[in-house]
Design a protein around this ligand. Structure first.
Ligand code: MRU
Length: 371
């Protein structure tokens, strides 16, 4: 059995001017493919979590920017650079409003805008070709980056270990390996025989619907637990390491990830289990000094009160608080695994060193084997 499903998370279908995604709201029951053509369709798919997870959101946003430019140029071949610049600025602001926490969304849109602005005086066909290459590169780069994170992550564990992961930072959240699942997939290919616990975060259950689904499909030994069970498995000594993803890492190492990650981190500290954040540099926001500066998405109360139930399970009119993410304090994090190696405290200095290597164009580990 091949480790990876043949169904891609996000692809650009340029011939049909569409982003093709696997609708994650339908998993694990059905593999439904969506073709997103318009900016509102793409915005809605991100907001409704049809495509979700920080890297996949960034990849989708990059493709959305390209499709927006293509739409303007096709509708009006005489469009001037000023008109196109104004139109793309509005499209970018609109797409940026789809979700607030994953910095990859803004990172990808800024990256696409930089390419556009540097080339805005060129002819339209050339601009479109450059934008298409850039959004495809964001996707291809994610595969290389996640694989490198997998190599570094794998160096932190040993064969037979129990590994806990929270929410879904897997292939469904990225282009291929995922971030937190990358060490698991590489270990699986190398016969490490990990025992993985997929922590199911309420209210949306990404651990159950997505992580348990993709790891089970890949033949990994995975056990699903509700997100109030992580203490039980850690207390029994069943977990040697925790790998989680992130939506935004602040400059001091504070990390926003799916709601409940900070609970896992507190429990892990109690039982001496190291918690590692798997973070592509695209998810590290040096403009955000601490976790208190990270905007946290709040979602509809109905996700808590009735989403999975035949009948509503909470009294009508009761107040509901539904933050989609929480911030894990840097002090609870054993290390932050990036494509340039593992950052250890003090994180700000470690990140500065990593970004200097990135700016110098240093190659990342295993680039040649990642496609
Ligand atoms: O609300 P979601 O499903 O988009 O939240 C996803 C997470 O919290 C992931 O852990 C994070 O985006 C990292 S994905 C590699």
């Amino acid at each position: 059995m091949s480790t990876f499903s043949q169904i891609e998370t996000v692809l650009l279908d340029d011939a049909y001017s569409a982003i093709v995604i696997l609708d994650q709201t339908k998993l694990p029951g059905a593999c439904e493919i969506l073709h997103l053509h318009t900016q509102p369709e793409i915005h809605d798919a991100i907001y409704r979590l049809c495509v979700r997870g920080a890297p996949a959101i960034g990849i989708t946003a990059g493709m959305a920017y390209y499709l927006a430019a293509k739409e303007h140029v096709t509708a009006n071949p005489e469009i001037t650079p000023d008109m196109l610049t104004a139109a793309l600025k509005a499209d970018k602001a609109y797409m940026a409003s789809s979700r607030p926490t994953a910095v990859n969304l803004f990172w990808a849109l800024d990256r696409m805008e930089r390419v556009y602005l540097a080339n805005r005086e060129k002819d339209n066909a050339e601009i479109l070709a450059l934008l298409r290459t850039e959004c495809e590169e964001i996707r291809a780069e994610d595969i290389r980056v996640c694989r490198a994170i997998g190599e570094y992550g794998l160096s932190l564990v040993k064969p037979g270990d129990g590994i806990l992961t929270h929410c879904n930072a897997g292939r469904l959240a990225a282009a291929k390996y995922g971030t937190a699942t990358a060490p698991i997939y590489l270990g699986h290919e190398r016969g490490y025989n990990f025992h993985v616990f997929a922590d199911e975060p309420r209210p949306l259950l990404q651990g159950a619907c997505l992580t348990a689904y993709e790891l089970h499909e890949a033949g990994v030994d995975v056990t699903l637990i509700c997100d109030n069970m992580s203490s039980a498995v850690m207390k029994q000594g069943l977990v040697q390491a925790i790998f989680v993803g992130c939506d935004r890492v602040a400059a001091n190492g504070d990390t926003a990830n799916k709601i409940g990650t900070s609970v896992v981190a507190c429990v892990a500290r109690q039982y001496g289990v190291p918690l590692y954040i798997c973070a592509p540099t695209a998810t590290i926001d040096m403009n955000c000094p601490t976790g208190a500066d990270i905007p946290i998405e709040e979602r509809k109360p109905e996700e808590v009160t009735e989403l999975w139930y035949e009948t509503r399970m909470a009294p009508d009119g009761v107040k509901v608080y539904n933050p989609a993410f929480d911030v894990t304090d840097a002090s609870l994090i054993a290390g932050i695994v990036t494509e340039y190696g593992i950052a250890y405290p003090p994180y700000k200095e470690a990140f500065e060193a990593i970004f200097a290597r990135k700016a110098a164009g240093e190659a990342i580990i295993g680039e040649e084997s990642a496609q």
